[in-house]
Ligand binder design. Structure first.
Ligand SMILES: [Zn+2]
Length: 112
């Protein structure tokens, strides 16, 4: 870790090797820049794995959202996908539909 953190240190000791040994032995705190770098790397990994999950998932679109069919209204309901087929299978595509209205086919407006 001390070696990884080294490029982020704002220090130029006369004996870098000796300084590193000292840093390791005394378990120096990593510089803030290094911690930020690690945090960002972790976030990138998280984003990457989410992207992979979405790509592998056949349920949702490329944004990780699943379209729930709203039969009555023209606008579909979007739901964030879990990318877990065992969970998503329990959610009906009509899950967002409320009461199914009793109306005869004759009264239904013609679909454009
Ligand atoms: Zn998904």
């Amino acid at each position: 870790m001390q070696i990884e953190a080294w490029p982020f240190r704002d220090t130029t000791p006369r004996n870098p090797a000796g300084w590193l040994i000292q840093a390791i032995e005394n378990n120096y705190e990593p510089p803030e820049a290094f911690r930020q770098h690690q945090r960002r790397a972790g976030e990138r990994r998280k984003l990457l794995s989410l992207g992979e999950a979405i790509e592998r998932c056949s349920i949702c679109d490329k944004n990780g959202y699943r379209r729930l069919e709203a039969r009555k209204s023209s606008h579909a309901v979007m739901r964030q996908c879990t990318h877990d087929p065992s969970i998503e299978a329990k959610i009906s595509p009509q899950a967002q539909n409320g009461i199914v209205e009793q109306s005869s086919a004759k009264d239904r407006p013609k679909e454009a």
